[in-house]
Design a protein. Structure first.
Lengths: 347, 235
């Protein structure tokens, strides 16, 4: 109770959570779980005043016939007589409700995947409306994930159209997460890139493949861990809008052919120990070598012969030079089979 | 009674434009010529730096390399946004840049790249942003300048030379020009007093790394012959 800052605060949080999921509920409090359940079924009335119908005791109308209608009246009856008349089970239930006998309850285990559908009150054709509706589903997902101490690395939102196949919007995350706010932000970026061909009448949210995620405490000072986390979030936000290939890191690769001398990798994946210092290399490499005329070039240094790759079908036999162009920029040019090409710029 | 101007200035705390902002936050550029002229002694952080150049391949990146190498080896993250060509990993690694701290972001259009730049700066995890904008409006740059202010990052925008005619919210604008194989930097705008004299910045030339005088291109020849001549062969 201390943890939740008192009973009232705990109830308030429960009500907030239920309201966010759009569920109506009757809350009741009692020292024992069974009594609380009965009270909530009875509309929050005190245990003593609960009608017996509410808790499903008076099956044969026996108690009504002898003039007993509430739990309080039932408790006043002699115990041994009641046990003989109605069986020990009834007394056990009453004892559990009063808390005099402990009750073992099985813990609720939520399912390991999530799927929920929400019919929209009206057909929606703009992203903002969809996002608003999707947020409700995301809040439900967050509740489920919190109960399982888990997070998701990906989820899919299906936009159901009235007369067409539904559109699947897949969202991937850099690290497992469950906060509805963060998931909603990614969904917003993704929806912004989407052009809807027809209106949406319902949305479905599906997520599976939960991975364990424990609540982490934020560092007191801006520590490296928090920065890594912030970085991962930035990358996933950029990827959600610009595409999964839009954010990458660079790594060197041991190959003499310049175009194979580097790799696109996940940012952060580079081992400096693998790097061998090459000769002078330009900071810009052109996507494709550009044909040049020989008289435009003033060769400053070279040649450096690169002859390599006969084994993989992409053989290079090139002589590389550093050249100055008429506009005084420096380029990395090569000659292959008598023709000149520009391959990089010493920017 | 006559009071000299010097006395007046001593007696009253008058702010003078001529005094450079000594307290401005900055990352040393690695070139003492430049650091001496830049407020704070280096590339400003928390503001935009515009680098205007006529053409590519004149040393516009080599100008920033020492700062990038220092930042990345200190564990700071650097983003290259919408570069016009492939940033070549071996050349960057050779210049001392820790590639594990560098990320490239591709953004197809102007709106996407401006959005990405703002996201990167607002995230607080990007310590240097290099971005290539072909065209950007004043209002968009202003927005970016505000994001930069909140981020304490070094933000270098590479823009065409014609952009010098437009006004800009950048706190530093420099124009690059190659003169006789050297890079000349003109400071068009900085915090504090305007700088008049263009600066020759001694960039590291790729020829120095080679340490060899140019030779005429050989007409033809195979690798074995070249090896006997003492020329580098990668086979």
């Amino acid at each position: 109770m201390r943890l939740f800052d008192g009973l009232e605060r705990l109830l308030e949080r429960l009500r907030e959570g239920l309201a966010a999921m759009e569920l109506t509920a009757q809350l009741a409090v009692a020292p024992a779980a069974r009594a609380a359940l009965w009270r909530s079924r009875g509309g929050g009335a005190r245990l003593q005043e609960l009608p017996l119908e509410v808790i499903g005791f008076d099956s044969g109308g026996f108690f009504r016939n002898i003039g007993i209608s509430t739990v309080g009246e039932l408790l006043k009856l002699p115990r041994d007589g009641l046990a003989r008349r109605c069986g020990q089970a009834l007394l056990d239930d009453l004892d559990r409700a009063l808390g005099t006998v402990p009750e073992a309850r099985g813990y609720f285990m939520p399912p390991p995947r999530f799927a929920a559908k929400l019919e929209l009150p009206a057909e929606v054709s703009h992203a903002d409306g969809l996002l608003f509706a999707a947020r409700r589903l995301l809040v439900q997902l967050e509740g489920l994930l919190a109960a399982r101490h888990a997070g998701v690395r990906a989820f899919t939102v299906f936009l159901c159209h009235p007369k067409a196949e539904s559109t699947a919007v897949e969202i991937g995350l850099a690290s497992p997460a469950r906060e509805a706010g963060r998931l909603g932000q990614l969904l917003r970026e993704k929806l912004a890139t989407l052009s809807l061909s027809c209106p949406v009448e319902a949305i479905r949210l599906e997520a599976g493949d939960f991975s364990p995620l424990h609540a982490r405490t934020a560092g007191m000072f801006g520590d490296a861990l928090a920065e890594d986390e912030g970085w991962a979030r930035l990358a996933e936000r950029l990827q959600a809008r610009l595409g999964p290939d839009a954010v990458y890191g660079l790594a060197t690769h041991p190959d003499h052919r310049p175009e194979y001398g580097w790799r696109r990798v996940e940012p952060g994946e580079w081992d400096p120990r693998e790097f061998r210092h090459p000769g002078p290399r330009p900071l810009w490499l052109l996507q494709a070598p550009r044909p040049m005329r020989e008289d435009d070039l003033q060769l400053l240094a070279g040649p450096e012969r690169i002859e390599c790759g006969w084994w993989d079908g992409d053989e290079a036999r090139r002589d590389y030079f550093i050249a100055r162009f008429s506009d005084s920029s420096l380029g990395w040019v090569y000659r292959e089979a008598g023709a000149w090409f520009l391959h990089g710029l010493f920017a | 009674m006559m009071v000299s101007l010097e006395d007046l200035l001593q007696r009253h705390p008058v702010w003078r434009g001529g005094a450079a902002f000594s307290r401005a936050a900055a990352v040393p550029s690695g070139f003492s010529v430049l650091d001496g002229e830049l407020p704070g002694g280096g590339w400003p952080t928390g503001g935009l730096t515009e680098i205007l150049g006529l053409q590519q391949g004149i040393g516009e990146l080599r100008l920033l390399l020492p700062a990038l190498a220092a930042l990345t080896t200190a564990g700071k993250r650097v983003i290259w946004l919408a570069p016009p060509h492939l940033p070549y990993a071996p050349a960057l690694a050779a210049a001392g840049v820790d590639l594990a701290r560098l990320a490239v972001v591709r953004a197809p259009g102007r709106r996407d790249s401006l959005w990405a730049a703002e996201q990167a700066l607002r995230s607080g995890t990007c310590h240097a942003l290099l971005a290539w904008f072909r065209n950007a409006r004043y209002a968009e740059l202003r927005r970016l300048a505000l994001a930069a202010e909140a981020s304490c990052a070094l933000v270098a925008l590479f823009r065409p030379r014609e952009a010098a005619r437009e006004s800009s919210p950048a706190c530093l604008r420099i124009a690059l020009e190659p003169v006789q194989g050297e890079l000349v930097v003109r400071i068009l705008k900085r915090r504090g007093a305007p700088a008049a004299a263009p600066l020759r910045v001694p960039l590291k030339s790729p020829l120095h790394a080679l340490g060899r005088s140019p030779s005429s291109p050989p007409a033809s020849g195979d690798a074995r012959a070249r090896r006997s001549l003492g020329l580098p062969v990668h086979a």
